[in-house]
Design a protein around this ligand. Sequence first.
Ligand code: ARG
Length: 276
Amino acid sequence: PSWILLCSFCGLRQNRSVKSMAKSSSLRIVGGLSSAETGDWPWQASLQYNNIHRCGATLISNTWLVSAAHCFRDHPQKWTATFGALLKPPSLKRPVKTIIIHEKYRYPEHDYDIALVQLSKRVEFTSSIHRVCLPEPSQTFLYNIYAVITGWGALTNDGPTPNALQEATVKLIDSNTCNRKEVYDGDITPRMLCAGYLEGGVDACQGDSGGPLVTPDSRLMWYLVGIVSWGDECAKPNKPGVYTRQSEPLIIILVRDYYLHRLQPRPWMITLLGSL
Ligand code: ARG
């Protein structure tokens, strides 16, 4: 089928199969992410403040991105989003118009670490810039399945940041395990999802925040399962990455309302910026 016919679909990667997942499983974001090529992860965006990459984000429609609330703590305004596998030069750039922080997010806690970001001008989808699929509220993901994280975050804790998008394969870890004393000792709330390896070595890191944790379904459409949120340093044993869950109903509803361009902001959403 031609790309044009598939253009309204979500979560498609051009010329990619699950084979590339096996390939990337030995690599990392920390602990080794390979350089991704243009169009490999078409929904990945970079959120930049003063033209410096600060956080990742995920394209969910022509005008909306999902990211992490904690990214906007210091600088609630003047952000831009860029697309394409390289930070410099990006293949596309858009000013940000509105940032909506989940009403229950309270710094410095990590709970409800989700934000919606509206672009000032829509992006037309192409094979290399395209939205991800959002899970249905009822859609559950099994533990121990593999998922992929992508981002321009640090290659090691406090280490250098790459210009090319990195990717790594991680495993979803159930919350009981993640809440064990030697892991995060009860800090994992129902809004959070752990992914990585208890043995350490592969993880997201500083600068990956807000970016996607995605998993393919049987048709090879990629779904957003989580948003990079926090972790105890990066890639340490017993300290896997923690993600904001996408299947949490409240979050899905928050995203959906906007995604479908149907509803006005509700009073319980705090609008930090923009003309809403
Ligand atoms: N909070 C960090 C950021 O702002 C990233 C957290 C992810 N850390 C991890 N070890 N998985 O970019």
